[in-house]
Structure formats: structure tokens, C-alpha cells
Write a protein that binds this ligand. Sequence first.
Ligand SMILES: C[S@@+](CC[C@H](N)C(=O)[O-])C[C@H]1O[C@@H](n2cnc3c(N)ncnc32)[C@H](O)[C@@H]1O
Length: 253
Amino acid sequence: MQKSSRIDNSIYDSLGERWYTAFDDPVALLRAESRTKAPWVLEKMRGHFRERSDVRLLDIGCGAGFLTNEMAGHGFHVTGLDQSLQSLEVAKRYDATKSVDYVTGDAYSLPFADQSFDAVSAMDFLEHIDDPLRAIREMSRVLKPGGLFFFHTFNRNRLAQLVIIQLVEKLVKNTPKHMHVIELFITPEELVQMSHQAGLQVREMTGIRPRFSTLTLRSLFTGVVPEKFAFKLTRSLKLSYMGYAEKPLEQKK
Ligand SMILES: C[S@@+](CC[C@H](N)C(=O)[O-])C[C@H]1O[C@@H](n2cnc3c(N)ncnc32)[C@H](O)[C@@H]1O
């Protein structure tokens, strides 16, 4: 398994219940953002797969299951893969359907057959690894033709460094060093290019940003993320963005 010399992915191993309960931690931002990301993914999945009841979704770097548990609740057959066994144990406890298949593994070498999933997702994940192209190629391999690849990541620019790294480190309590590193952030153009190299065509991208009110701003200066902190979609891809790509039907193996 390749590891960046700077990014610290071990922080997820020790979060435990805090994945779901902590507000004095940047994981509260991830949780809040997931409340906007998951409905968007759900809408696109429903639009694409219509009434099908046998849709299989694989979520890579699923952490404690913010997307997987939500999607399982909507009737999808979900597999969640992560290298952090501790996170998967939490994910399992919060899976109300008790249907999600949680698997430990490495995104660079997925323990699944070619073309075995209808959709694959990588939310807040690609900027945690050194070789996102390699991981996207692996995801494309296990995706069926006509299937969808969902992603969420952060753009790489000075503003993103300031807001997503420096401001979060300064404002939110218990933000570990090297939770994010600017070098691993990915521009939308790079994501389109990597998807293309992996045989996938990006269909749509949208920005996502905090919904600020004076109350939430004020509370943020206490170092604690307010319970009602929320995100919304925005046209700008300058900071945080998500989207999906499709694996063309006619693609030859
Ligand atoms: C920021 S968390 C995102 C979790 C989840 N996708 C979400 O949006 O809540 C990144 C996750 O990627 C996992 N991870 C990092 N490198 C990985 C790898 N090479 N293979 C599988 N999982 C990995 C970490 O353990 C962590 O749970």
C-alpha cells in the first residue's frame, strides 16, 4: 500500500463513536457535508437506475458509513470498503438495515471481480491517496458498462488551502495535523482527465459549500461545529466539489 509521506490516514482508526457523536472535531464537518452529498447521490442513482431493485453500490474509503448506511436505507445493495477496520466496526453498528457488506481492503487492489458493481463511489477519498488514477482505474475495472462512478474531493488552489486546511485547523477543535495536504487535492480538470484515462466519462459536477448564518459563524469561533451546520450546492467548483462519471456501454475490455 502506498502512503504519502505527509497525509495522516491513521486518524480515522481512533475516532470510534466520535465519527457520529463529536462536534468538537472536523469529523462533524464531514458528517454535515454528507447530509448534502448523500441526497445528491441518491437522486442521480434513482434517475439513472430508475425502478431497478438489484442495484449494487460499492463505496471506497467508506469510513464509518455515512453514505453506505444511507443508501442501504433506500434499498440499494451496498458494499463498503475501507482500510480502517476500526471505522468499519462503527459503520456496522450504525447500519440500521444490517444489510451492508463491510470489507477491509485497499483501494489500489479491490477484492472484487471485473464488472461486478452498478455504481462505485469515492467520497472525500481521492485526496487521501498518492495515486488517485490508479484507484480510479481499479474502480472502473469493477464497474459494469453503463455504471456510474461518484466522487467528492477538494480543488487544489490557494483559496482551498486557506479555507479547507488552514481555517479548519485554526477554528475547529481537535483538528489533527496532516488530515489534508494541499498537494493531494485534485483540480476538476485533473479529475475529468483521470476518469477519461480510466475509461469513464464525467457527466456532471457541482460545487458544495457551507450555508453560513451569523449564528453558525459565531458558534464556529468556539471551536465546536454547530449541530445545525449545513452545506449547500453551489455552481463554483473552487473549493469542495462532487460529481459522477459513466462507464460507456460500448466500451471494449
Ligand atoms: C475522509 S475519510 C472519508 C470517509 C467517507 N467516505 C465519508 O465521506 O464519510 C477517508 C477514508 O479513506 C480511508 N482510506 C484511506 N486510504 C485508503 C486506501 N488506500 N484504501 C481504502 N481506504 C482508505 C480512510 O481509512 C478513511 O476512512
